[in-house]
Design a protein around this ligand. Structure first.
Ligand SMILES: NC(=O)c1ccc[n+]([C@@H]2O[C@H](COP(=O)([O-])OP(=O)(O)OC[C@H]3O[C@@H](n4cnc5c(N)ncnc54)[C@H](O)[C@@H]3O)[C@@H](O)[C@H]2O)c1
Ligand SMILES: N[C@@H](CCO)C(=O)O
Ligand code: NA
Length: 433
């Protein structure tokens, strides 16, 4: 007997899921041990032309009715957002149906409740597509590294912002034009502010931190800065230093291991850093574990077809588990490790200041760093006369001390303007708070 799948949402990802399930039906049946077929597709509007090749009678606007249909075995949710996705997923779980979802926003907000409901009902919730699209990353963290101690997860997890920053750096494109392109290529979220303000990356960071450190982390716990403030001056300043600007998600244990830090913000990376060469909508994530050492995961982080590949991989896994009468109980073990605030995380800053080239200016600037206990790693001057620029890079210091240094520099009479401020990330192991 065929396993019947309810597909919730038929947009960029959903339409590719339909195509791949149809095109690969024989291989999927062989790998699962039973055929799978689409039993129904919930959409928002029926009047849109769809060239999925599916019988039009399979489409419905009654998503909850579809989820609760007794002949449905498995549910794939690719609507996105919190509601109605949460209620639909919880209904599926309560009626004993395993779920595959690509919804990082929901899992980052309410993952603990969803996993608890799934454990109670004895069903699977798989979500590989939710972080770093096609890249197998969550199941390696959950399963392959289950015997190791992960200390840090760091990487590029948002394709849209990486695409925009790459276009700004490589061909000098404008921000708005690059965002339009990312949207038309199917990388962006339905509301692209989720991408450019860092909400999407923060949700992914929360999911990664939960899996890496076995502790509850929600999107609200993540320090988040997007790329809307990244200016052409920042990109130019990075270029002058031999760096590129990337939006990174960084999840890290504190030095004593008593807490974890989870953050998303733009950084300047040396061009020789492995993450500096990750272009377009590609994602790349480093996982650093005690025994495994440093692992790198790289591939397509967004786009309908690559993301659908991850959905199908999960579909095969949950279908096999269902046939075997088993499921993976996730989230039962909680270490209770707290998330520490951004201020105590040690970071390093790059600061470019527009100043006049006069005696004493550098000394006043250096004083501000010293008064905040921040050590300067290097300083150089560009230009001269009234149009000079001082470019300073700090050693690592608590982020709060660096932020206070910048606030004081803004107020300094000798500083005409602060042209660029950005954190710098080198490829080192010395950056634990
Ligand atoms: N596009 C990507 O590259 C990508 C990658 C990884 C994960 N995701 C995730 O996959 C999910 C879907 O993303 P997408 O890019 O396909 O978005 P999309 O906006 O293209 O598709 C979502 C579809 O759901 C439909 N929908 C909305 N409300 C509905 C309802 N109540 N009932 C039925 N259908 C409804 C919309 O009309 C739309 O067609 C999101 O959670 C997203 O974060 C997307
Ligand atoms: N909007 C997301 C889709 C993949 O999760 C991105 O740009 O990475
Ligand atoms: Na993935």
């Amino acid at each position: 007997m065929a396993l019947k799948v309810a597909l919730l949402g038929c947009g960029v990802v959903g339409s590719e899921v339909v195509r791949l399930v149809r095109e690969q039906s024989a291989e999927l049946a062989a790998r699962i041990g039973a055929p799978v077929e689409i039993g129904g597709v919930a959409v928002r509007r029926l009047d849109r032309a769809r060239d999925t090749g599916l019988d039009p009678d399979l489409f419905t606007t009654d998503a909850i009715g579809l989820v609760n249909r007794p002949d449905i075995d498995l549910v794939v949710e690719v609507i996105g957002g919190i509601e109605p996705a949460r209620s639909l997923i919880l209904s599926a779980i309560k009626s004993g149906k395993s779920v595959v979802t690509a919804n990082k926003a929901l899992l980052a907000e309410d993952g603990a409740a969803i996993h608890a409901a799934a454990r109670e009902a004895g069903v699977d919730v798989y979500y590989e597509a939710s972080v770093a699209g096609a890249i197998p990353l969550l199941r390696p963290l959950r399963d392959s590294l289950a015997g190791d101690r992960v200390n840090r997860v760091l990487g590029i997890v948002n394709g849209t912002t990486n695409y925009i920053l790459d276009r700004m750096d490589s061909i000098g494109s404008g921000f708005a034009e690059s965002l339009d392109e990312a949207q038309s290529l199917g990388y962006a979220e339905a509301d692209p502010t989720a991408d450019i303000e860092g909400f999407d990356a923060a949700a992914k960071a929360a999911i990664l931190a939960r899996l890496a450190f076995h502790t509850r982390v929600t999107a609200a716990d993540v320090h988040r800065e997007g790329i809307t403030e990244v200016s052409a001056a920042d990109i130019a300043s990075a270029k002058d230093m031999g760096c590129v600007v990337k939006l990174l998600a960084i999840c890290q244990r504190s030095q004593g291991g008593a807490s974890v830090g989870v953050r998303v913000h733009p950084v300047m990376l040396p061009r020789e850093h492995p993450l500096a060469t990750v272009n377009g909508a590609y994602n790349a994530v480093f996982v650093e574990a005690e025994s495994a050492g440093r692992l790198m995961f790289y591939g397509a982080g967004a786009g309908g077809e690559p993301t659908a590949s991850a959905v199908l991989g999960d579909l095969v896994a949950v279908a096999r588990n269902k046939l075997a009468g088993t499921f993976v109980a996730e989230g039962a073990h909680d270490t209770g490790l707290p998330v520490h605030p951004m201020g105590v995380t040690t970071t390093s800053y790059h600061v470019a200041l527009d100043v006049a080239d006069r005696p004493g200016v550098l000394a006043r600037v250096a004083d501000v760093f010293a008064e905040n206990d921040v050590s300067i790693k290097n300083v150089r001057q560009e230009g001269s006369g009234e149009d000079a620029q001082l470019v300073l890079v700090s050693h690592r210091a608590p982020d709060a001390a660096l932020a206070e240094t910048v606030r004081r520099l803004h107020a300094l009479a000798e500083v005409r303007s602060v042209a660029s401020v950005m954190r710098v990330e080198a490829f080192t192991d010395e950056n634990t708070p």
